[in-house]
Write a protein that binds this ligand. Sequence first.
Ligand code: UDP
Length: 355
Amino acid sequence: MRVLSIVGARPQFIKHAVIQRKLREYGISEVLLHTGQHFDLNMSEIFFESLSLTPPQIHLQTPLASSLSQLSYMLGSMQERLEGESFDYVLVYGDTTSTLAGSLFAKENGFALAHIEAGLRSYDHSMPEERNRVICDHLSDILFAPNSNALQNLQKEGVRGEVVVSGDIMEEGFSLFLPMAQKPLNVQIPSKFIFCTLHRQSNVDDKERLESLLQGLDEVSKQIPIILPLHPRTQKNIQSFSLSLPSSLIVLPPQGYLQTLWLISHSQMVFTDSGGVQKEASYGGKKCLVLREVSEWVELVESGACELLGERSIPRAYEEIKNQTLSWDKKPLNVSDRIIQSLLKHSSCTAMGEE
Ligand code: UDP
């Protein structure tokens, strides 16, 4: 079996680090393509080094641009760089422009498409992530749903591909990499703190929204320190809106995954608008305030692990949840194994058969 794996953004490097180990274990041949959507040391290279990912054979060096221009660039470059190649599967993750480009490329060239983290929905089509995941799910031949809510969403929509409830690949990644977690260097970490991330377009592309979130964080940080690794998009918007970061916040550059796991697991609580971080908080037994009005991870909200900010201010929501605690139900996971076994079953060839 020959697989083309397409990654381009931080959470995809993390998810693929788990899958790539399994591909190697099964002796499956892989071409890894990095679109370059995230490109610098802190948002890309660090993950390849620390999670032992093999360097990509193909790097598209996608320039910074609007998502539609990036999509068109990625498609053109994929077509050019992969001309004459053949794959049993194109493997894509999540909901980014790279996911959409990989999906369209696969179908244009008649390759089977496999989507990991399929079936998540916010039902908000103003979000580019929602549009990307819906299109990708409807094009996919095999869809790996992380849970039964995602399965139900896909069944309701009548997707044509085969759906496999695989479990959440990030939960396996969390268990796999947590024992390797590393304390960030060169920064004084207080004994108690809130870990916070903020980068979603709906929060940081609007000046008033961003300003009010920063004010909310400033107020809470008078009670308990807040550590905020700053996403490049948030940093750029703070500058372009002429806002300033409250000096009360402990602001760090984007962290590697092993450092992020350390910070989450040593925090008192997590504030985030990230999909991945809200799951990692709950996997680590930390209460999480989701800085959004909806979450695609419905079961985390229903179980009380995550609390939606909704229309409240951050300080008010914090007051309401600050004494709540969670436990972490650590269980052995074989999500990546289930995914690879399903690919092998779904494919007409076996792992070594056509090599
Ligand atoms: N993450 C990281 N460094 C950081 C912030 C986040 O390694 O400074 C990790 C985090 O642990 C999670 C992933 O990046 O696994 C989430 O990525 P992001 O928030 O960019 O995207 P989303 O999950 O919202 O798609």
